[in-house]
Each structure stands twice: as C-alpha cells, then as structure tokens.
Design a protein around this ligand. Structure first.
Ligand SMILES: Cc1ncc(COP(=O)(O)O)c(C=O)c1O
Length: 466
C-alpha cells in the first residue's frame, strides 16, 4: 500500500527535516519534543513554544551576517534587533535577550515593556532601542522621557515632519534620531507608496531644513522596510538600491549618519518544501550596501535588522484534536477541530497565511483531501490550502479508531497571539479603546456613560508576564 499519508510526505518532501521527525511509535516530534506526551499531559487545544529555537535562529542570522561581512571586507558592523511586536511575551523576550540583541518597538506600551525589562536588568542603557511607527502623543512623550533620562541609545525613527518638530521642542540634550524612508509597495498592491515613512524625495530637504542646524539632533540612522519581506526579486533589490542611494546622498551631507536599518522580513519555513537561501540573500544584502557605498565613495554603515517573524515564528505550534469528520457532499469532507482557526491563527483568515500543517498521529493511515473546520459559527473559520496547492491532505480516520486524529499547525510563534488578542493583548500593544454607552432617559434625553475605560499598559503587561 503506498497511498498512506507517510508515503505522500515521503514522496513530496525531504522528510524527516530540521525540527520534524516521527518517533518509534509513529508520533510526530517537534524539535525533539514528543507531542503525544504533551497531548496526554495537558489535553488539546494548546500552543507550545520551543524556546531554544529562538536562540538558534538569532545565532544563525548573526553568523551569516558576520561571515558575509568578513568575506567581503565590509567595514561596518552588524546589529541584530528583535522586533517586539512579533511576540511580546516575557518568555520570548527573556530568551531573545540572552543573545546580545537590540530591540525595536512600535508603541507607547512597548516602551513600558522596555522599562520593565530594564528594571529586571535584562537590558541596559547601552542597548539600542529603535522606536518605529507612526507616533501619537503618548508614544512620543515616552520616547522623550526615556531619552532625556536614561536611554542614550534609544533612537526614534521619524515617520514624518511633525514628529521631528515634537522632539525639537522637547529634547533637553543632543539625541540620536533616525529617519524612515517610505518604500514603494509591490506592484500588485492597492497603494503605490507605503503610508509609513517620509517620501524618498523629501528626505534630503527635511535634513537641510530641520536637522542639520538643530543642536539637539544627531542623525544616526536611515531606516527602510519592505513590508512584503526579503525576497530574491527585482522589486526587493530595486527598493534596497533606492534606499541605499538616499543613504549615500544623506551621508555626504551628514557625518554622524552611520547606520542603515533594513527592517524585518526574513522569511521562515511555512511549508515542508520551503526553499530560501539565507546565506546567498544575506551576502547579497551586504554586497549591495558595500557596492553602493563604494561607488558613491561614502563610508560603509553599520547594518541593523529588525527580524520579528524570523526570530520567533519557528518556535511556536498550535495543536488541536479532530472532534469529528463530516461528509457534506460527495467531494467535501470536513475535519472539525476543537478550537477556532480564525481566533487562534488569525493570519490564516485575515491574510491567507499558510503554516506547516501535519498530523501528530496516524501517519500510516491512507490520506484523503479534507477541509479543516473551526468551532466558531463563522463560515470563514476554515483552513483548506497549503503553500503551493489549494488543497489539504490528511490521514483518514477509521470509525473504530479509539485515538482521535491530532493536528499541528507549526511555526506559528509570531503575531498570532497578539492579533488574536490572547487574554486581552493587542497587535503592537495598541490598547482597546474605552466603551461608551448611550441611553435615553424617561424624558427621551440622551445619557452617556463610560462603561469601560481604555485598556491600561499595566493590564496588558500583566497578561504578557511582566
Ligand atoms: C518597522 C518594522 N520592522 C520590523 C518588522 C518585522 O517584520 P518581520 O516580522 O516580517 O521580520 C515590522 C513588521 O511589520 C516592521 O513594521
């Protein structure tokens, strides 16, 4: 019999592969962790974090940058920063910070988190804290407080001119700043230019008008980020080259500028067939920066990255039990699982993200095409496509099976908990707004009350383990 699930995987992919293997009893192991043991001990559904994976990822990227820098004779340094929004939990930050990394933040509450980390001596004022994003008053205020008091290496990356004006009025000493240059979006996207950052053509005029003569500003960093990620495409290399052109022009005017920040976007395995040549891509990034600087005769900058998904994505997995199978017509079979896909893995629903999906048991059963159904009432609560194919195959379930079929979605460690609002946390730690209720009294007049105030940073940080 060769239409068993195990044969399908064997014929389609290289298996076993890093992080995935089958134990002697036929159960899937994730990074050597016996998932069957966790299922028996804790019951499904659950999310598991294999924390050592975080350090392994950081070490791998650091090594590749270090080697690329050495091999090419690059004279700048490399700084690995972790983008906290990809996963803010204390267990993640504690692991990340064991590997000599810098941090990138995206909101006011994120800076409260930075202070909690500093209070625990997990970071110190020498760490680079890169503050990104469009900044409302409370975020800018927290930046100014931290810079004016403790964090000399906290770098607000200005998203717009108004932000710069705020710092001009509120810094009490000379502080490092960065500028974010807006990239063009991918050609098939709805918008032409990213809403984040300063238009390419406005960067130099802004420097001349607002920065060069202001004794409070030390322009250190130029930031750019291609939202769709680092890919070996004309689009990505084109955007990098454009940003480097701006960097070189600015560097000729500004001797303190010595860092280029290329943001996040390093991909992770979202299929067993995933192929991405990390070594080649990192070498090419370093080579591109080097040759742009050589041809413009400017000094090579330090390179900063802010890898979020890459750092933490591969550490996480969501495990479910199949509660039942339902044949809804001749061709549509459903495996109903014991939680909602929409709420536990919101990216599968919101942006069509794909994760590695594997059964934990029954690898020797035959396989069949199925749709996976979540428990919520929503007709969008399903998963039925893998990375390069619009179908999902899983082992059959025999009616006399005593053991249920268990399913795992792997490499789900980034963004899923915050976007799904685990326990009340929020994407980028942007708080839930207050709730106002409106009544009409007996006379028909409107009466309003604030039923619930805006979520506080203490509430959010408590959920995250701080
Ligand atoms: C400015 C910035 N840096 C870094 C990241 C992290 O991206 P990723 O998780 O793809 O590495 C993001 C994600 O949105 C971002 O906006």
């Amino acid at each position: 019999m060769n239409n068993r699930y195990v044969d399908l995987i064997d014929q389609t992919f290289y298996f076993p592969q890093e992080g995935f293997d089958i134990d002697s009893n036929g159960y899937l192991e994730f990074n050597g962790v016996p998932l069957k043991y966790l299922i028996e001990k804790y019951g499904t559904p659950f999310k598991v974090y294999y924390l050592p994976r975080i350090g392994e990822q950081i070490k791998k990227a650091k090594n590749l940058f270090t080697r690329a820098i050495k091999a090419s004779g690059y004279t700048g340094r490399y700084y690995y920063s972790y983008c906290t929004k990809s996963n803010h939990f204390s267990h993640v930050l504690e692991e990340v910070l064991q590997h000599d990394v810098q941090l990138e933040t995206s909101s006011a509450f994120d800076l409260d988190l930075i202070q909690r980390l500093a209070a625990r001596n997990l970071i110190n004022p020498a760490n680079y804290i890169i503050c990104n994003g469009f900044k409302p008053e409370n975020y800018k205020r927290r930046i100014v407080e931290l810079i004016n008091t403790t964090f000399d290496n906290l770098i607000p990356v200005c998203d717009n001119v108004e932000e710069l004006s705020y710092y001009a009025s509120n810094f009490t000493k000379k502080c490092k700043i960065g500028l974010r240059v807006a990239t063009e979006e991918e050609p098939n996207f709805e918008f032409y230019t990213s809403r984040l950052g300063i238009r390419n053509s406005e960067v130099i005029p802004l420097y001349k008008e607002k920065i060069v003569d202001n004794p409070l500003f030390e322009l250190k960093m130029l930031h750019f980020f291609v939202d769709t990620g680092i890919k070996d495409t004309l689009y990505y290399w084109g955007e990098l080259k454009k940003a480097l052109k701006v960097y070189c022009s600015l560097r000729k005017l500004c001797p303190t500028l010595n860092a280029i920040n290329i943001g996040g976007g390093l991909p992770i395995r979202n299929s067993l067939g995933f192929e991405f040549d990390y070594k080649y891509m990192i070498r090419e990034i370093v080579n591109n920066v080097q040759s742009a600087c050589a041809s413009e005769q400017v000094e090579m900058p330090d390179i900063f990255t802010e890898f979020g998904k890459y750092t933490v994505g591969e550490s996480g997995a969501n495990i479910f039990e199949t509660l039942a199978q339902k044949q809804q017509n001749d061709s549509e079979k459903w495996y109903m699982i014991d939680n909602s896909l929409m709420t536990t893995l919101p990216d599968t629903w919101g942006i069509g993200e794909r994760f590695i999906l594997l059964p934990i048991n029954k690898w020797k059963n035959e396989y069949q095409r199925v749709n996976i159904g979540g428990l919520s009432c929503d007709n969008s609560d399903y998963y039925n496509a893998e990375v390069n194919q619009a179908q999902v195959y899983l082992p059959t379930i025999d009616s006399d099976d005593t053991e249920p079929l268990y399913l795992g979605f792997f490499h789900t460690g980034a963004y899923q908990d915050s976007i799904s609002g685990y326990g009340g946390i929020k994407h980028c730690l942007i708080p839930s707004p207050k709730q106002i209720l409106i009544y009409r009294d007996e006379l028909g007049n409107l009466v309003d009350i604030m039923a619930r105030p805006e979520q506080t940073s203490d509430e959010m940080l408590k959920i995250l383990g701080y």
